[in-house]
Design a protein around this ligand. Structure first.
Ligand code: ZN
Length: 435
């Protein structure tokens, strides 16, 4: 019997594109016929399902946004009768209404199958024990990670977030080989394992983490403290099924995404024009098989780029860079656009600094903006080096970002750790409410 695989059967880019065209035609027709929202959108743009004849015709379709999801609350983009809907999931939604997405049984089956593919690409096998440290409930995380493990045939250890004692206990007693978590929880667990002196009693080989950006130095730190584990960044968002819509390549320089389930475009976030492969811009997705809530040119706000050409790992699946930030994370400081990830990058290139930092933006009574970077010293780095490290951060920021921050180098462990997403940007410049 041949080994079970969740990889697609096609062998060439042409075969993938033929599959994508068929999926695009089906999705546009399905959305037009099943959803009053999409029908109105397409009619307003003067497009009918018959106008989709090539992948190039994707450009004719109108864009959709998170606001459209909120306007259609609680069942936005619904394109099937309620009797076919078997589940809903919701996003955490920090502003206004949550985003709720619905699923048919086929949507759930597809999600499980391609999540199993993500594990397969990361080299997880039925012999692995996968400890899950992400949230269960209405979130897509816990149930998604677990269903993928079971589909693959590995053993799921569903602990959920927090509960550090139980996580440490199971890492030792069950000899879990894979940990699935947020980047922050990964760091917290790595430090805990190190602190408790159990690094040589555990059997962890891989950490699969998602849902927030992570700096190079944070990755290095997590890998080291766990005794040399391999890290895999896994992308995902509630609108597009949930986590598992791709995974970091085993060669670790990109994310392979499932081009047989969705089409990815990169647009200039200002002009909304498509950008050539290789340029950074906003990721826009169109689903190819999603039934209950199809996405047509949905603006994700995530910033990434398509990496052209074949990958060294041999996979034919297309790829994008690790997510660099979100269009709405970007902040303006003295007329310069800054992504928190560029600060990540600068800090991770300065030896002697830890992986944790905060960006505080304030405005003085004279109306002048200030940026204070609070950065941890690396573990074991002498307190006396704080001034020298501070000067190096200011020098590098001036040259690479063209801004001059104030810097406070604090001791290792001084900034808060969390098992969820770490808040890094504290912007108090806007004092009146934003309506
Ligand atoms: Zn690859």
């Amino acid at each position: 019997m041949s080994k079970q695989t969740f990889m697609p059967s096609f062998k060439t880019v042409e075969e993938l594109q033929a599959h994508q065209l068929q999926g695009l035609k089906w999705s546009v027709r399905h959305a037009y016929q099943g959803s009053s929202f999409y029908r109105a959108q397409l009619e307003a743009a003067g497009v009918t399902p018959d106008d989709i004849r090539s992948l190039d015709d994707l450009k004719k379709l109108p864009l959709t946004t998170g606001d459209d999801l909120r306007d259609g609350y609680p069942f936005p983009f619904r394109a099937v009768p309620f009797e076919q809907i078997v589940r809903i999931h919701a996003s955490s939604g920090t502003t206004g209404k949550r985003k709720i997405l619905c699923y048919t049984q086929k949507d759930i089956d597809d999600w499980e199958r391609f999540f199993a593919r993500a594990y397969e690409m990361a080299g997880v096998t039925p012999l692995d024990r996968v400890q899950i440290a992400v949230g269960y409930g209405v979130w897509t995380a816990g149930v998604g990670f677990q269903a993928g493990v079971e589909k693959l045939g590995a053993m799921a250890v569903p602990v959920g977030p927090g509960n550090v004692d139980m996580h440490c206990e199971f890492l030792v007693d069950l000899q879990s080989t894979v940990l699935c978590c947020t980047a922050s929880m990964g760091l917290l667990m790595a430090e805990e394992v190190h602190k408790r002196g159990i690094a040589d009693k555990i059997n962890l080989k891989k950490v699969i983490y998602g849902s927030e950006r992570s700096s190079v130095s944070m990755r290095r730190k997590v890998s080291e403290l766990f005794g040399g584990v391999e890290l895999f960044d896994i992308p995902g968002m509630t609108e597009l099924y949930g986590p598992g819509t791709g995974i970091e390549c085993p060669d670790h320089d990109c994310i392979h995404y499932w081009g047989d389930y969705y089409i990815l475009e990169i647009l200039d976030p200002e002009t909304l024009e498509p950008l050539p492969d290789g340029e950074w811009g906003e990721m826009v997705v169109t689903t190819l098989t999603k039934e209950a809530a199809p996405l047509i040119r949905y603006r994700t706000r995530d910033i990434t780029r398509i990496i052209p050409g074949p990958c060294t790992c041999g996979s034919i699946l297309p790829r994008h860079s690790r997510i660099r930030g979100r269009t709405d994370d970007m902040f303006k400081f003295r007329a310069v656009n800054i992504y928190p990830s560029s600060i990540d990058k600068i800090l991770s290139e300065i030896p002697g600094l830890g992986s944790e930092y905060q960006i505080h933006l304030t405005r003085d009574p004279g109306g002048r903006d200030h940026m204070l970077l609070k950065v941890e010293r690396g573990e074991g780095v002498e307190p006396g080096r704080a001034d020298e490290l501070g000067r190096e951060i200011i020098y590098t920021a001036k040259h690479k970002l063209l801004v001059t921050p104030e810097v406070e180098v604090v001791e290792y462990g001084a900034l808060p750790r969390t098992d969820r997403k770490s808040k890094r940007v504290f912007d108090t410049r806007i004092t009146d409410s934003v309506v």
